[in-house]
Design a protein around this ligand. Structure first.
Ligand SMILES: [Zn+2]
Length: 689
């Protein structure tokens, strides 16, 4: 657990100015970074209090009608970030079960203090297990007053597990027994990779390839080998540049996948590979040893039959041959592919995921990967993305790809999406598949496919079915979270986040919180808080199928001085948090909130930097991605304004209008692959990858 500062910031004044940044509407016309360089911080003209964040302050009086809006946004160092990329690594598992607080669910930890039974009230002693089989021995019973909710829990001393470490690990369930024997296999390497390749007509469009370009290893020569032998010698036109050759999109995908196959053969020998391709029909080539199984016509519209067909994919069992033996047949099949026809992407992906899930189930592994490479809009069979402009069509499409992503994630299948630049392929919807399964979203120039495929193999899966629960002190509340993810019980609450699959590239999970106002704290009989405890429960499934629980407990001292908190601000951690926060706001359709929020954080970073003599250049590098995305959103908003589509301040709308706006904007992003892919990467991928 990492904190945004060495201190938690508490403001005694209800809604005091120190809690808020004031963002001038005018700053939305400059870029985030330029704005940070020039804007002076001045909140002196702020007169309205008690508004929720991002609500524009209505200008006062007719004379001031033209005055720009001002937004107030609550921003401070109160951020906690939890790294998930080391789940399951070097774990020493605790013996015994954790003891939980009967009221709030927090576990007894190294911060917990025991009181003797005698100090408890009669009421508490009554609930102590005096007539249990262990005998009515009060000596053995102690009272644990929960540090989070102040509830007094009687506990039996002998049952207290060792909780000396701030991070404790527990096993919840051992791995299930696999259907197929693993005797001869190296579990680490075991897995299936299903390349799912677009062979529709547009894949024949070619790009210039400069011969001097060196992409990776012998890749250039690999690409050059693709050209029809002998052709290049005498086919130059008089003025043609002889240093340039042309490769089609399909050729680039072929080269990238053949390079992937070589890598697997060398480094992950136990992998099974089963090729699937799609155009107006879906072909299951499997390991390339037999005739492809071809599906066309109405079957492509039938989800269940595509699932059954996917399970026929040849390399589905351990008895089938690994890549060591099948590399040649698959590569041969790969290079025999030809382009033509529309894009039956949906049914092909369903078949590919079904096949990968089946392999995981049979072998009790979760290393299956589907690699989707496409250059166009899915327009045949289930999951067609060629829809009308109605909002409910957009909702339906979103639901279909969310369902596919959740299904794959539960089955331990990762989906990597490679969208080829040029045509629009609706990364907005396809990206959901990758996002929910821990896969990557890539919008690539065909020539760069090889490099990007290389990176894909380097990013290993760490854990799946990851779920995070965050417990906070009853004097604290979560800020900016979805109401649906907060479990509220009387005065204490915890946050539940389903993270799904985690890879080495997954961004830390982070959250913001407020210390409740002095008057609220008084009501809760807390007085002035000196330090605050935090506890995180991460439940996850390892690559071996073992279900585990990690419990992290920590505490931080409280300060009431904003500059003290900002002096030790961890600017890099906060910048990472802000990027994923702003991306999530934008994905929900809250464009103004995303941009205002980015600027509010920018103002705080400016102050923190002036206190810490931070390197401004480094800060700007940290915010570069956000700056780019912020610009793209700015462009989109400008476009909306010009066609009368713009809806102003996000927070004032009712739920139904919000939902309509969310899908309307989502629908528009379906035609804006550049923005969509950037938002996906910023919201869930660690920024240093
Ligand atoms: Zn409690």
């Amino acid at each position: 657990m990492n904190f945004g500062s060495d201190f938690v910031f508490a403001n005694d004044d209800d809604g005091g100015d120190d809690c808020f940044e004031v963002v001038d509407e005018g700053t939305l016309t400059t870029t985030l970074i330029e704005g940070m360089r020039s804007v002076e911080i001045d909140s002196s003209d702020l007169e309205t209090h008690g508004l929720s964040s991002s609500v524009p302050l209505v200008s006062r009086g007719a004379k001031e009608k033209k005055k720009k809006k001002k937004y107030r946004e609550r921003v401070d160092v109160n951020v906690v970030s939890i790294d998930l990329t080391n789940l399951g690594a070097n774990c020493t598992f605790g013996t015994g079960d954790p003891i939980s607080c009967k009221k709030c669910g927090v576990f007894f930890s190294h911060l917990s203090k025991l009181m003797g039974a005698n100090t408890g009230t009669t009421e508490q002693l009554k609930c102590s297990p005096k007539d249990s089989s262990s005998g009515g021995d009060f000596e053995n019973v102690a009272i644990w007053k929960c540090e989070f909710c102040m509830h007094s829990n009687p506990i039996i001393r002998e049952e207290i597990p060792d909780t000396s470490l701030s991070t404790q690990e527990y096993i919840l369930a051992p791995p299930p027994i696999a259907e197929e024997s693993l005797a001869n296999s190296n579990r680490q390497d075991l897995g299936v990779v299903i390349p799912c390749v677009d062979t529709s007509g547009s894949m024949c469009i070619s790009s210039e390839l400069e011969e001097k370009v060196k992409i990776r290893g012998d890749v250039t020569s690999r690409l050059n080998d693709l050209r029809v032998g002998g052709d290049e010698l005498d086919q130059w036109l008089p003025n043609e540049n002889r240093n340039v050759s042309y490769v089609s999109r399909l050729q680039c995908v072929q080269a990238a996948i053949s390079s992937l196959i070589d890598d697997l053969k060398e480094h992950k020998k136990e992998t099974r590979v089963g090729l699937v391709t799609f155009s107006d029909k879906v072909s299951i080539h499997g390991d390339g040893s037999g005739q492809p199984f071809v599906v066309s016509g109405s079957s492509l519209d039938d989800f269940d039959s595509m699932v059954e067909i996917g399970k026929l994919n040849k390399p589905l069992s351990l008895q089938s041959r690994s890549i060591e033996h099948t590399a040649n047949s698959i590569t041969e099949r790969l290079f025999a592919l030809e382009e033509g026809g529309p894009t039956g992407l949906g049914p092909a992906v369903v078949a590919a995921i079904a096949g990968a899930a089946e392999f995981n189930r049979k072998t009790n592994t979760s290393n299956a990967k589907v690699v989707l490479a496409t250059d166009g809009l899915a327009n045949i069979g289930v999951g067609s993305l060629e829809t009308d402009d109605r909002i409910d069509s957009a909702v339906k499409t979103h639901q279909f790809y969310s369902m596919l992503g959740d299904w794959a994630s539960k089955a331990g299948v990762t989906v990597d999406v490679f969208g080829i630049e040029g045509e629009n392929c609706d990364i907005e919807n396809l990206g959901t598949l990758a996002d929910r399964t821990g896969g990557s979203v890539n919008l690539v120039n065909p020539i760069n496919l090889l490099t990007d495929f290389g990176h894909m193999l380097a990013s290993n899966k760490v854990a799946s079915e990851v779920s995070v629960k965050v417990y906070i002190h009853s004097g604290v509340e979560f800020r900016g979270e979805d109401v649906g993810s907060i479990c509220q019980n009387e005065n204490h609450s915890h946050l539940v986040k389903e993270v799904g699959t985690v890879t080495e590239d997954t961004a830390p999970m982070s959250f913001e919180f407020n210390v409740k106002s002095a008057s609220e704290l008084k009501k809760l009989k807390h007085g002035q808080l000196q330090s605050l405890p935090f506890q995180v429960h991460v439940s996850y499934t390892t690559n071996d199928g073992m279900r585990c629980l990690r419990v992290i407990t920590d505490q931080k001292n409280v300060t009431r001085a904003r500059d003290v908190a900002e002096k030790t601000a961890n600017v890099k951690l906060l910048a990472g948090h802000v990027q994923s926060r702003c991306a999530s706001y934008a994905q929900e359709g809250h464009y103004t909130k995303s941009r205002v929020s980015a600027r509010a954080w920018g103002q705080m970073f400016n102050r923190a930097m002036s206190q810490q003599q931070h390197n401004r250049e480094e800060m700007e590098i940290n915010l570069q991605q956000l700056n780019e995305v912020d610009n793209l959103i700015g462009e989109t908003v400008k476009e909306e304004r010009s066609c009368g589509d713009y809806m102003s301040s996000d927070d004032e709308m009712d739920e139904e209008v919000k939902m309509r706006q969310k899908f309307k904007r989502k629908q528009k992003r379906s035609k804006n692959d550049a923005l969509s892919s950037k938002l996906y990467n910023m919201s869930s991928k660690s920024s240093n990858c």
